[in-house]
Design a protein around this ligand. Structure first.
Ligand code: MN
Ligand code: MN
Length: 521
């Protein structure tokens, strides 16, 4: 889909679908069904941005809006055929709800709704007009609208041999009130969408085809295309690094699908300015759990719990997607990613409950549940990362615990960190990006649950507080060597149903927030 910013009167442009965002009027507070409804026969006053198009249509828009009870409530839409009275074939009004709730994600959703509507109408060209409310900053607004439009066109249809539905929208134009340079905003939206699409593709790909070897290959391809270095450790390299926890988890599947640890390196170009060269760029390390399939191991999962376990690599997918976007945006920040790509299988070589593993860091770990494998893979990856790099910030991402979903529901990720400012940043930047994060306590009192009489640690604690003990386990491998946050994305990594710009399946969750954290706009 081609993205263009255009200026001039929107109602004078030739397009298949001309879409406007409309806020709920202040006097229709009850439109969401809580209190009073607006009088149906009282024509709603359309906002100033629609006066010109309404006049060109001889008042048709305000008439239909009144008769259909269009109030601008969030998600409400109204489509009108123009029958050639203006250059656009159709006009679409999209309700955004109350103006005081306007945020960046409102614009993503708006653009997503427009694209879906355009696809339904088989429109090839659509033109969207951003709301002209006060406080709407142009560049970020254009970026968010462009992101929402692009993200809404995503499909995972490579395995469909019929009923493929490619997006009909070839050109999306964004109308600006004046001629402004928004090329950077559009380019950034493209970069972010490319990263999210890659992450979604990886999450959606079945475990039978996305093995650790294939994951590493895709990382190499992505690095070549976007311009960052990729180094792959195979099973021999992993053995050489004495990553004993990864080796144990991988053992059962290793004869067929051996593990890979992948390092991704984005480095900013040498700084031209004098003085700047002396100060090293900020360095962020990202570590992602890449369990290409998790059957639970000998502590095997029931069928229900195993069904969608191809998505257990969503943390690694988010890290790779973020690196792709970052390499395109080229911020002045060094970013290193580590992907722990492993299959937790079952077979004669499987690690056992009761086994004691020696981690790369040297800590011994008694296994009391082979299904708590993600923290073992992450523990070794975090230790490798911190022995190779000295980051200012380390963030790990993982579909780590069902307990986190029990605590926060399916659409919110858990944030665990001792750094209050970092926790706030992640929440705030996540919100801007339409990704919901909530902080949970790293309560050290629960560390006792991980005590083992025969090893340095056990790999799981009790059922209550399971997301916290998982984070505390990881903390032992960070061991104070970096400012650190753990993001448990078990819930929001996938969507159960289609959203405005996120289709059912892999969400590519956390790519946008990571990009926003690394390169704030
Ligand atoms: Mn597991
Ligand atoms: Mn897992």
């Amino acid at each position: 889909m081609k993205l263009l910013a255009v200026s001039g009167a929107p109602e004078a442009r030739s397009t298949d679908l001309l879409a406007y965002a409309v806020f709920a009027a202040a006097d229709t507070k009850g439109a969401k069904g809580t209190a009073k409804k607006p009088a149906a026969n009282k024509p709603k006053t359309l906002p100033p941005s629609l006066h010109a198009v309404d006049a060109a249509l001889s008042g048709l828009l305000s008439e239909v809006a009144a008769s259909e009870g269009f109030t601008g409530a969030a998600g409400q839409t109204l489509a009108v055929h123009t029958h050639g009275r203006i250059a656009a074939a159709r006009v679409l009004l999209v309700g955004l709800g109350s103006a005081d709730k306007l945020g960046p994600d409102t614009l993503r959703r708006f653009a997503g709704i427009v694209v879906k509507h355009a696809e339904k109408a088989k429109a090839k060209k659509a033109l969207i007009v951003l709301p002209d409310e006060e406080g709407v900053r142009l560049e970020p607004s254009v970026q968010c609208a462009a992101e929402g439009a692009l993200l809404a066109t995503y499909r995972f249809d490579k395995y469909l041999t019929k009923d493929k539905t490619t997006s009909s929208v070839e050109v999306l134009e964004i109308a600006l009130a004046s001629r402004s340079k928004v090329d950077d905003a559009l380019a950034r939206a493209r970069a972010v969408a490319e990263g999210v699409f890659l992450a979604r593709d990886l999450v959606n790909e079945p475990a039978g085809s996305l093995t650790p070897i294939e994951f590493a290959k895709r990382a190499v391809d992505a690095g070549r295309a976007a311009g960052f270095k990729v180094v792959v450790l195979d099973e021999k390299g992993i053995a050489k690094e004495r990553m004993g926890m990864i080796q144990a988890v991988a053992a059962a599947a290793a004869p067929y699908t051996p593990p890979r640890v992948v390092r991704l390196e984005y480095r900013p170009a040498a700084r031209a300015k004098k003085g700047a060269a002396k100060k090293a760029a900020k360095h962020v390390v990202l570590v992602g759990k890449g369990l290409t399939f998790d059957c639970g191991g000998l502590d095997i999962k029931p069928a229900d719990g195993m069904l969608d376990m191809k998505v257990d690599m969503s943390g690694a997918a988010a890290v790779l997607g973020a690196l792709v976007a970052i390499a395109r945006i080229k911020p002045d920040v060094a970013v290193t990613g580590y992907l722990g790509c492993v299959e937790n299988g079952i077979g004669g070589n499987a690690y056992h409950p009761g086994d004691i593993l020696k981690s790369r860091k040297g800590l011994t770990v008694e296994i009391n549940n082979t299904d708590a494998e993600g923290r073992l893979v992450l523990g070794d990856c975090i230790d490798l990362a911190l022995s190779e790099q000295q980051p200012d910030l380390l963030i790990d991402l993982a579909t780590l615990t069902g307990a986190c979903m029990v605590a926060l529901g399916p659409s919110t990720a858990g944030v665990f960190t001792d750094d209050d400012a970092l926790a706030e940043d992640i929440k705030r930047i996540g919100k801007r990006n339409g990704e919901d994060f909530w902080r949970l306590p790293l309560n050290e009192d629960l560390l006792g649950q991980l005590k083992s009489p025969i090893a340095d640690l056990k790999n799981t604690g009790l059922r209550y507080g399971g997301a916290i003990t998982a984070a505390l386990f990881l903390k032992q491998f960070v061991d104070g060597r970096a400012t650190w946050a753990h993001l448990d994305i078990a819930g929001p990594a996938t969507c159960e149903k289609d959203g405005e710009y996120t289709p059912r399946g892999g969400a590519g969750f956390a790519v946008r927030t990571l990009v926003g954290l690394i390169d704030p706009t």
